[in-house]
Design a binder for this molecule. Sequence first.
Ligand SMILES: NC(=O)c1ccc[n+]([C@@H]2O[C@H](COP(=O)([O-])OP(=O)(O)OC[C@H]3O[C@@H](n4cnc5c(N)ncnc54)[C@H](O)[C@@H]3O)[C@@H](O)[C@H]2O)c1
Length: 337
Amino acid sequence: MKILVTGGLGFIGSHTVVELLHKNYEVVILDDLSNSSISVLEGITSITQKSPQFHKLDLKDKLKLSEFFEENDDLDGIIHFAASKAVGESVEKPLLYYENNINTLILVLQEMRRRELSNFIFSSSCTVYGQADELPITEEAPVKKAESPYGNTKQIGEEIIQEYAKTNPQFSAISLRYFNPIGAHKSTEIGELPIGLPQNLIPFITQTAAGKRKELSVFGDDYPTPDGTAIRDYIHVVDLAKAHIVALERLINSKNIENYEVFNLGTGKGNSVLEVIRAFEKVSQQKLAYKIVDRREGDITAAYADTQKANSVLGWKAELSLEDSLKSAWEWQLKQE
Ligand SMILES: NC(=O)c1ccc[n+]([C@@H]2O[C@H](COP(=O)([O-])OP(=O)(O)OC[C@H]3O[C@@H](n4cnc5c(N)ncnc54)[C@H](O)[C@@H]3O)[C@@H](O)[C@H]2O)c1
């Protein structure tokens, strides 16, 4: 079976490509390398001893995309990771985000419609819930007004897919709402490669511990949580990658109940920033320099997933612990030196 992975050289995409290759899928990657490096392809090959097809292609290029689909009209499924993902940048450059995240989604769906392709997996995010009224967060929790253009692209993206699915019963799609993906492949051949100042906690922690950053800023210790710092659901990227295969196979084997479905992907466990710091210090045997600063605008107090639907309907469960994730992230960081 032949699967297209857009954004397949990115953080989550590369780990998913590895899992697809392990399961003997034929993989074609489209990526414009705007937030990844071609060296990731070598990492994938080194882990799997297989070379997926790779095309450097910007999905915004309608003509090139169409040519690609012309030559690849036999795709059994598409996993669509490609998007811009920096929340702060999206506030500064909203049009860039709407263009890259929404236009490209529409172009891909149009090509799928033209060629009657189905089985589409979309990278969504728990940001669609905002600060949920109840924890853990189920898929039934209302979608709240997005805090940033990035978050809005995920909400709009889901709506576009859902509305298109309504008009086309032959088309099936699943949106996967990720909580906080972290960690790296145990081989240390692939991992998270943030360009510039990391936006996420874990790369900031590992870069600080490695001496690349002076100290970590902890945004706020006056949240209404047990230790005052914000709580998130950190999921190992390899667990997350595996969920994509399960979701894809659900569609390929027509096991889905609706032709558009949504699943949360998290561990179901919330950890505060201070808990993550302590756990990191334990697994790395490093003392981490950090300071408490003001809250960051747009950050919510707490988010962690109710994973029951993914567990029972998809038959998938996150297996790796926070310590496993942090250890792999640290080993990956050490390899970058
Ligand atoms: N990492 C997270 O915390 C997180 C959380 C929730 C959702 N997501 C979503 O998951 C997806 C993957 O995230 P990631 O962390 O792997 O990000 P990433 O930036 O590492 O990967 C995205 C990949 O897409 C490529 N890309 C971007 N625009 C493109 C375009 N126009 N044409 C071709 N390729 C393009 C980039 O070069 C990159 O390799 C994204 O849609 C992101 O919004 C990520």
